[in-house]
Design a protein around this ligand. Structure first.
Ligand SMILES: [Zn+2]
Length: 287
C-alpha cells in the first residue's frame, strides 16, 4: 500500500514505514511498539563525552540500539569503541615526550565530534522511540557502563604496552651485553625470565649472560629451557655446542653440532665465522 511521506512532526514505523497515528504508540499497520523499551536521552552527550570520554555516549547509544532491537548496531558500537580507545590509549604510550601535550590534547578533542555525531543519530531514535511508547531512563547506569568500557580499554592498552615494555627492556639488556656489561644485562633479563616466564628471548639472553660470566651450568639449564619453550633452534644448538665444549664434553658438543647444522647448515659460519669453531672467547658472545 502507498505510504505518505512523513512531515517533520510525523513518526514513521521503523518496521513497515507506516506513519504513526498522532494518538497512538503502536503502529496501526504492523503493531510495532516500544512499550517495553527504556531509552537514554542523548541531549547531554557532549558534556558526558568531555567529562568521561566518548565511551560513555558510545555505551549509551549501544544500549539504546539494543533496546529498539538493533543488535548489530549495538555490538558494532561497543566493539569499535573498545578497539578505537584501546588503540588511542596505546598510541599515547608511544608519543614522544615533546609532543605528549599536543597528542593528549588531540586525543581528548576527538571525544567532541564523536559525541556530536552520536547525539545527532540518537536524537531521532530517542524522540520516535518515546512516540512508540518507550520510557526515558536515568543516565546513571549508562555512565557507569561507559566508565566500565574506559577501564577495559585502559587494561587492554596496558597489556599491549606491557608487552612493548618488555621489548624495550630486552633491547636495553642486549645493548648492555654487547657493551661488555654481562652482570648488568643479567639483572635486566632475570625478572623477565622467572620460573613462569613465557619470554623465550629473555631466557635465552640470560643464558648468554651466564656463559659470558663462565657460569656454564646455569647457561646450560637456561638454553635447555629455551629449547623446550621455543622448539628446535639452530642458534640455540650452536650455543649449547659451545657450552658442551666449555664443560669439557667434546662428544656431546659434536652431537649437538650435528643437530644445529641439520637446522641451518651455515649456522656456525654465521655465528662464529668458521664451520668448525673451537670454544669462543666469552667476551665475543653477543657482539
Ligand atoms: Zn509498522
Amino acid at each position: 500500500m502507498q505510504v505518505a511521506a512523513p512531515t517533520p512532526d510525523e513518526v514513521q514505523c521503523p518496521k513497515c514505514s507506516a506513519v504513526l497515528a498522532p494518538d497512538q504508540n503502536r503502529c496501526g499497520q504492523c503493531g510495532y511498539t516500544l512499550e517495553e523499551a527504556r531509552l537514554y536521552d542523548p541531549k547531554r552527550f557532549v558534556l558526558l563525552g568531555i567529562l568521561f570520554s566518548s565511551l560513555v555516549p558510545i555505551f549509551i547509544s549501544a544500549s539504546n540500539w539494543g533496546q529498539i532491537g538493533n543488535r548489530r548496531a549495538q555490538w558494532l558500537a561497543v566493539a569499535s569503541g573498545l578497539v578505537g580507545f584501546t588503540a588511542l590509549f596505546t598510541a599515547f604510550f608511544y608519543v614522544p615526550d615533546q609532543y605528549a601535550g599536543v597528542g593528549r590534547g588531540l586525543g581528548h578533542a576527538i571525544n567532541i565530534p564523536i559525541a556530536l555525531i552520536l547525539r545527532q543519530r540518537q536524537q531521532r531514535l530517542f524522540q520516535s522511540g518515546l512516540r512508540f511508547g518507550a520510557r526515558s531512563r536515568s543516565l546513571f547506569p549508562g555512565i557507569l557502563g561507559g566508565i566500565g568500557l574506559v577501564v577495559v580499554a585502559i587494561v587492554g592498552s596496558l597489556l599491549v604496552t606491557g608487552g612493548a615494555g618488555e621489548q624495550v627492556r630486552l633491547r636495553h639488556g642486549l645493548r648492555l651485553l654487547k657493551e661488555g656489561q654481562p652482570v648488568e644485562a643479567a639483572r635486566v633479563f632475570e625478572p623477565m625470565a622467572g620460573p613462569n616466564s613465557k619470554n623465550g628471548a629473555a631466557v635465552f639472553n640470560l643464558a648468554l649472560c651466564h656463559f659470558v660470566l663462565h657460569r656454564y651450568e646455569e647457561a646450560e639449564v637456561g638454553v635447555e629451557r629455551y629449547l623446550k619453550m621455543a622448539g628446535p633452534d639452530a642458534d640455540a644448538y650452536a650455543f649449547l655446542y659451545q657450552i658442551h665444549l666449555a664443560r669439557g664434553r667434546p662428544d656431546e658438543a659434536a652431537a649437538t653440532a650435528v643437530k644445529a647444522r641439520q637446522l641451518d647448515p651455515n649456522v656456525f659460519i654465521r655465528l662464529f665465522g668458521t664451520d668448525s669453531p673451537g670454544l669462543v672467547e666469552a667476551d665475543s658472545i653477543g657482539s
